[in-house]
Design a protein around this ligand. Sequence first.
Ligand SMILES: *Cc1c(COP(=O)(O)O)cnc(C)c1O
Length: 445
Amino acid sequence: MEFTSTRDDALRVGIEQALNSGLAPDGGLYVPTRLPDFDPAGFEPGLGLPECALQALAPYFDGSSLAARLDAICREAFDIPLPVTRLDDAGPAWMLELFHGPTAAFKDFAARFLAGCLAALHDRAGPDRTVLVATSGDTGAAVAAAFHDRPGFRVVVLYPDRRVSARQAHQLGAFGGNVHTYRVQGDFDDCQRLVKQALADRRLAARLGLTSANSISIGRLLPQTAYYAQASLRLVPGATGGGPIDVIVPTGNLGNALACIVARESGFAIGEIWLATNANRTLPEYFESGRYRGRAGIRTLANAMDVGDPSNFERLEWLYRVLKSGDDPRASRIGAESIDDETIRATIRDEFERHDRIVCPHTACAMALLGRLRKRGHDRPVLVAATAHPAKFETVIEPVVGRTIEPPEALAELLGRPSRADSLEPDYDALVRALDGLANNPANR
Ligand SMILES: *Cc1c(COP(=O)(O)O)cnc(C)c1O
C-alpha cells in the first residue's frame, strides 16, 4: 500500500517513510491512498485482539519491509486486555474498556504499536532517534511507556503546565532514563504547534533524527482501527441481533474517532459514529454548519480533549473529499455534540449513584451523549468507547463521588517513583535549545 499527503495528492511514499517522518514534507498528514475492503465474514469467529489486529492492519503493510514483522509487533503491542462490558441502559449498550494498558488510557495500544514499528525500522548502527510528543496528559505517558528503555530512542514530552491532573503530571515525569519531560508555559495547542514546527524544520529533524508520536502519526491512527474492528466482530451479529453497532467516541484531536471511521469505511459493521466533545465546540459547530473554524482550546474537566483545532480534522476532510469522492462527512452518519463541565460532573455522579460505576471525565462525555440519544428515541445497539481509567482523574472525580479511587497497579508503581519536569517557554527557539542540549549531553547517549 502507498501513502500520500493530505496536502499533495501526487506524493507517494511507503509506510516506512510515513512512520519515520510523522509529518509529510509539505506539512500535511500521511494518509493511505486507498482503504482496504474487508468482509467481516473473512475473520474467524472469536479471534483474539492481536490476531485480529494483524489481519486488519496487514493491507497497510503489504509490500513493506515491516510486513514480515507485523505479527510480532501486533503480539507485543496488543497484549492488553480489552473487555466489552454490558451497560444497563435504555437500549442495548456496551462499553469498550480501552484503559487496561500500562498507563491506563486507550493511547497505550497505538503508542506501543508505533514504538514496535519504529524499533523494527531503526538502524541500530545509526544515530539515536528523538521521539517528540505533545500531550494534553495521556499521550505523553503512553508514548514514554512504549519507548522507555528502548535502545536507540530518546523521548521528549511536552505538556501544558498546570493543565493536567496531579497524577498525570507525576506520571509524565516519572519515567527517567531516556524520557525527558517539559512543562510548557502555555496550552496544549502551544505544545502541538511546537512539535509541528520542529517536525517541519528539516535541518533540525535531520540533526536529531526527529519523529513524532502524536496522533498526527499514521502509526498511531492505524492500530486504533483494530480495536473497533474486533469489537464489531464480537458484537455483530450475535449481540446486536444482526445490525451494525453505533459507536460513541470521546473526542479531542479526532484520532480515536477517525480510527473508528476508517474501520467503518473499510468494511466493519459499524453504523452511526458519534463524537462526544467537551465544551470545545469546533467539531459540533462544523457538523452543524459545515464551516470549520479552528481556535484556541478551552480548559475543561475532560482535559485530554481540550483541543480547539483538532489535528486530525485534515484527515477527516481528506478522507471524504478524496477517497469517498467528495461525499460530505456531515451526510455520512457522523454526528458531534458538546458536553459541558456541569453535565460531565452530573454524569459521573449519576453513573456512580445509579450503576455503581465510576467513569473518567472523557468517558462521561460519551455516556452523557448516550443519554441524550436515548432521550431522543435512539434505541439501536451502541458501543461507548471508555478512554481512560478514572484513577487518572481523581482530582475531578473524587469530590463528585465522595470516595477515593485506587490506581491500577502499573499506575501506582509510576506514582511511587520520583518525578521531574523542566519548565519550557512556549517558544520555538527555547525548544530547539532544549533539544540540542539533550542531544549534546553525553549522559543522554
Ligand atoms: C487523548 C484522549 C482523548 C481524545 O482522543 P483523541 O484521539 O485526541 O480524540 C479522550 N480521552 C482520553 C482519556 C484521552 O487520553
